[in-house]
Design a protein around this ligand. Structure first.
Ligand SMILES: Cc1cc2nc3c(=O)[nH]c(=O)nc-3n(C[C@H](O)[C@H](O)[C@H](O)COP(=O)(O)O)c2cc1C
Length: 193
């Protein structure tokens, strides 16, 4: 494997992590902004913390660093258009991004809570850690409301509907797959290429 092939294989493996999709919003002074993310994760129960990873230079991150608070709107399958809209670099700046949307300011952060979301959270920024070309923001959840529906999922670079079919919790010994299609890419392969 060449170094380029190893790099592609590693990224393809990481893309197999399915995640939810959210629109993170912020309101600071006269600046309002929203951005689509798939990197939101629950990271602590006590205190109740969530993490979100934002690209260095993202407009959203710059405003959050000033506001020290933000909101997270967890998208449902019915909101897939919002995922595209809040990722579009050509979307208008400011409150015009939220035109034609039903929203209200979060009582804690003031940031938009978008109607129809599976959940909306208001968070206090506790920590911001540079991680590679991103910054990991940790927020303590201060306010929240929940809605109904199925989650919008991000998997292998595409949006998917979250068909919530509950699987049995089996504790039997896993069986070896008959024809494992396993391709191994390791950093060691770089040394052989
Ligand atoms: C499904 C999806 C997930 C995304 N996840 C992230 C993410 O976790 N972090 C990030 O920085 N950008 C993510 N992006 C890209 C941003 O939404 C996009 O670059 C946006 O235009 C950034 O806007 P801003 O610089 O105005 O904040 C994602 C885009 C899509 C479509």
């Amino acid at each position: 494997m060449t170094a380029a092939e190893v790099s592609v294989a590693l990224r393809q493996a990481v893309r197999r992590l399915a995640t939810g999709v959210a629109v993170v919003t912020v309101w600071h002074g006269d600046v309002v902004h929203g951005t689509t993310v798939s990197s939101v994760a629950a990271v602590s129960r006590e205190p109740l913390l969530i993490g979100v990873s934002l690209r260095e230079g993202s407009d959203l991150m710059e405003v959050i660093m000033q506001a020290r608070c933000f909101a997270v709107n967890v998208l449902s399958t019915r909101q897939s258009a919002l995922a595209g809209w809040f990722a579009d670099p050509g979307r208008p700046r400011g409150v015009a991004q939220f035109d034609h949307l039903e929203w209200e300011p979060d009582a804690f952060s003031g940031a938009p809570w978008i109607g129809g979301s599976l959940a909306s959270l208001g968070c206090y920024l506790t920590t911001a850690v540079p991680v590679g070309d991103h910054k990991l923001l940790l927020g303590e959840v201060v306010t929240a409301r929940t809605g109904e529906g199925a989650p919008l999922l991000h998997f292998t670079g595409r949006l998917h509907d979250g068909m919530l079919r509950i699987l049995p919790r089996e504790a039997t010994h896993p069986t070896r797959p008959a024809h494992p299609s396993v391709r191994t890419a390791t950093a060691a392969a770089l040394n052989r290429s």
